[in-house]
Design a protein around this ligand. Sequence first.
Ligand SMILES: Nc1ncnc2c1ncn2[C@@H]1O[C@H](COP(=O)(O)OP(=O)(O)OP(=O)(O)O)[C@@H](O)[C@H]1O
Ligand SMILES: [Mg+2]
Length: 259
Amino acid sequence: MAPVVKIEDLHKIYDSGEIPVHAVRGVSLDIHRGEFVALMGSSGSGKSTLMNTLGCLDRPTRGSYWLDGTDVAKLDSNQLADLRNQKLGFVFQGFNLLSRTTALENVELPLLYSKKRMSAKEMKDRAMYCLEIVGLSKRYDHMPNQLSGGQQQRVAIARALVNEPQVLLADEPTGNLDSKTSIEVMGVFQKLNDQGITIVMVTHELDIAHYCKRDLILRDGVVVRDELVQDRSVAEQELQRLAEAEAKAKLIGNPVPAT
Ligand SMILES: Nc1ncnc2c1ncn2[C@@H]1O[C@H](COP(=O)(O)OP(=O)(O)OP(=O)(O)O)[C@@H](O)[C@H]1O
Ligand SMILES: [Mg+2]
């Protein structure tokens, strides 16, 4: 089957400043349906630049990009926006939820911009269904500031899912979360990936990358490593292990007083 993401000899040069910055230098990459890719590399290695290109948020200086068979270079900006809406879902480090808007309304928002003709009820049902997938349907009427960081990120994931994307792009989705909450978010991603959604995720954390199926490492705008994850972590098992360790610590922490 044709790859859902295909890029060939992609370059991105930023020439806004005094000295042009060659942020991505000839990356070629195929990502197939059902893959779960971690994009790693030190700060400034070009991860976000590559993700912005994959997300059709920015155009490459040189090279080709086919998203689900469509040559992105041939599209004008309106067509590009439509393609982005139909095929991609985005999750960011800072959640990017609208603060005066409920969880449900945040999730519904992309439907308002989509070309699907849906009634208000259909939109609400679809958004509720996505909140259910991430385990937050009971909090549908909460404002973002009434939710924990992990819950806010789950709302953001539900929002990314609402248009039934082929590919989920996440730029450091666990960057603002503690380690247990990060594993919970990885659990949501693993579940979605098991259901067939392709995921590309930027992360700085090796242990988080270990929940993915394939690790890519960028250095100075070039892919220097591309390998399958051996023995990958399973979020559900890790959370179970953590819960058991916590229960044990509580037992040790509160010894029964001697009589
Ligand atoms: N809009 C821009 N204009 C000019 N230079 C930019 C722009 N965006 C990024 N750069 C430069 O391109 C290079 C790659 O940046 P990029 O943001 O892709 O790195 P990154 O791997 O995502 O880093 P981090 O881990 O810190 O997020 C850096 O040298 C950066 O300074
Ligand atoms: Mg970045």
